[in-house]
Design a protein around this ligand. Structure first.
Ligand SMILES: Nc1ncnc2c1ncn2[C@@H]1O[C@H](COP(=O)(O)OP(=O)(O)OP(=O)(O)O)[C@@H](O)[C@H]1O
Ligand SMILES: [Mg+2]
Length: 331
């Protein structure tokens, strides 16, 4: 089966003055057409690094990338620069973190679209560009007249919609959104998320939605991938009340997400800090903060896992074994 997006054993090492630092380790993840996968994790866990590595946008002088990224069955890292230029934006596009503030202030909205179209098809006519621009603005629920505005004349929510429309300009089948609504108020955020959901279903897009907001992603995504210290700890199809089924870190994120109990909002933070990526412990990277750790979690590396859903945790492995023993499962 060919996935629109498939990552296998993806690793990223940033080159620093003190040597290489692993920012992403052994990430394997596939996304189906018409599916939203949420990628959650604390600040610095490697979420943006993953997005940039998937787009092959990390410069070889800044980072070493190993493993593979397949887009529609095509190995992105084996493409020539010219072939890569064609694939990027046409097959896979990304809305970058804080990109609504990265629109060029001296260019009108229309000029941003014109530059995008002409970069991929220099022969495209002015009338076709205008028609496509109006269609894309309508797609994200903006008035096509916005084309004549400059970025500073638009609200943050409108700029974010423009950036999303630009990413969709060449009709990609895979879209990566890096914190697309974080800087916006909740009402605008909700409206944009509804819109993303609508477009994604209409176009059967495979979406990787990056956020630190666990509540937001659990209401939006079909599956949630939980990143900790550059490693996927769990990929879960649904966030169930039965928390025994989840990784202790995922449970911590659930408890840390604000929720209403009566009239009070309660938040339980996860004690401690993420580990220093330069001196990672040999076993589970969550060991120091885990309230359910076992002695062997300190030294024994986490088992590699692949598939649509999985958990990488010694404790959960044990409880599954126990469960099978009790149930007399012959496997
Ligand atoms: N160019 C770089 N050179 C060296 N280290 C880097 C570079 N870019 C990021 N890092 C490091 O890689 C790790 C992951 O960073 P990344 O930006 O991917 O995290 P993130 O999960 O997106 O965080 P946030 O939620 O704050 O956006 C961090 O420890 C960061 O300091
Ligand atoms: Mg980031």
């Amino acid at each position: 089966m060919t996935y629109p997006l498939e990552l296998q054993q993806l690793r990223v090492f940033y080159r620093t003055r003190d040597g290489e630092v692993a920012a992403l380790r052994n990430v394997s993840l596939s996304i189906n057409a018409g599916e939203i996968v949420g990628l959650v994790g604390e600040s610095g866990s490697g979420k943006s690094t993953l997005g940039l590595a998937v787009m092959r946008l990390l410069k070889p002088s800044a980072a070493r990338v190993t493993g593979s990224v397949h887009v529609g069955g095509q190995d992105l890292y084996s493409l020539t620069d010219d072939a890569l230029r064609l694939t990027r934006w046409r097959h896979i596009a990304m809305v970058f973190q804080s990109s609504m503030n990265a629109l060029n202030p001296v260019l009108s909205v229309e000029s941003h679209f014109r530059d995008t179209f002409l970069a991929h098809d220099p022969t495209m006519r002015k009338s076709a560009i205008q028609t496509k621009t109006a269609e894309l603005l309508e797609l994200v629920r903006l008035n096509p007249a916005v084309a004549h505005n400059y970025p500073h004349e638009l609200s943050g929510g409108m700029r974010q919609r423009v950036v999303i429309a630009l990413a969709l300009a060449l009709n990609p089948s895979v879209l990566i959104l890096d914190e697309p609504t974080t800087a916006l108020d909740v009402v605008v955020q909700r409206a944009i998320l509804d819109q993303i959901r609508h477009i994604q279903q209409q176009r059967r897009l495979a979406v990787l939605f990056i956020t630190h907001d666990f509540m937001l992603v659990s209401s939006l995504a079909d599956r949630i991938a939980v990143l900790y210290a550059g490693e996927l700890m769990e990929v879960t199809a649904e966030v169930t009340g039965d928390t025994a089924l989840h990784h202790p870190y995922t449970k911590g994120l659930m408890r840390a997400a604000p929720r209403l109990l009566g009239t009070r909002v309660t938040i339980e933070s996860i004690p401690g800090e993420p580990p220093d990526m330069r001196t990672l412990p040999p076993g589970c990277p969550f060991y120091d903060r885990c309230s359910q750790r076992l002695p062997r979690c300190q030294k024994t590396p986490l088992p590699p896992r692949t598939g649509e859903t999985f958990i990488r945790c010694h404790l959960v492995d044990d409880s599954i074994t126990v469960h099978h023993d009790i149930g007399g499962d012959p496997s």
